[in-house]
Design a protein around this ligand. Structure first.
Ligand SMILES: NC(=O)c1ccc[n+]([C@@H]2O[C@H](COP(=O)([O-])OP(=O)(O)OC[C@H]3O[C@@H](n4cnc5c(N)ncnc54)[C@H](OP(=O)(O)O)[C@@H]3O)[C@@H](O)[C@H]2O)c1
Length: 154
């Protein structure tokens, strides 16, 4: 099972390029708790920004410029290295775009409001994804999307 996890504003903004556009500790703690104990696939830029917050044993980093035991130069090899364990893809935008084709579920927090930044989550195509779970909280809406069965058959 491969899940994508992201927080975005109402215009799908996810980042400034150097950080998150907001500071919502409660939402960030929920993210850390969702991914805890799971294998993570993350882009090199996001790892440099926020990798220190993760206590996960297996963090597979995508990079074409760096190498090492935890580095992969394509997403397919990183997925294979997870050996069938559940994976969370934690971004950023470049990695979300590539991981969508492989994802079974999307864990999405939609932060209320409109923020400054330059990095966006790709479109979530309603012909492919349906909302399986929704919670409204004070500062954000929390959704779990799953891939439609019809898309799995095709
Ligand atoms: N709101 C959220 O939930 C959330 C989550 C994550 C990140 N973010 C934000 O997103 C922004 C960063 O996103 P980003 O799109 O700029 O960067 P990114 O996706 O984190 O990392 C991009 C890097 O990943 C590597 N890469 C990409 N595709 C690859 C492939 N197929 N094979 C191997 N390596 C590959 C390249 O590294 P090399 O340059 O080393 O080759 C590339 O420069 C930040 O602002 C961050 O705060 C937000």
């Amino acid at each position: 099972m491969l899940s994508i996890i992201s927080a975005m504003d109402e215009n799908r903004l996810i980042g400034t390029g150097k950080s998150l556009p907001w500071n919502i500790p409660e939402e960030y703690q929920r993210y850390l708790s969702n991914v805890k104990g799971h294998t993570i696939i993350v882009g090199r830029k996001t790892f440099e920004i926020s990798g220190k917050d993760l206590s996960n044993d297996r963090i597979l980093i995508l990079s074409k410029s760096h190498s090492g035991p935890n580095y992969f130069n394509n997403i397919e090899d990183a997925i294979s290295a997870a050996n069938g364990e559940d994976i969370f893809v934690t971004g950023g935008a470049e990695i979300y775009k590539q991981a969508l084709a492989y994802a079974d579920a999307l864990y999405i927090s939609v932060i209320k409001g409109d923020f400054e930044g330059s990095v966006y989550f790709p479109q979530i195509d309603p012909s492919i994804w349906y909302v399986d779970h929704h919670e409204e909280l004070a500062q954000y809406n929390y959704y779990i999307y799953r891939r439609k069965l019809i898309d799995l058959i095709n």
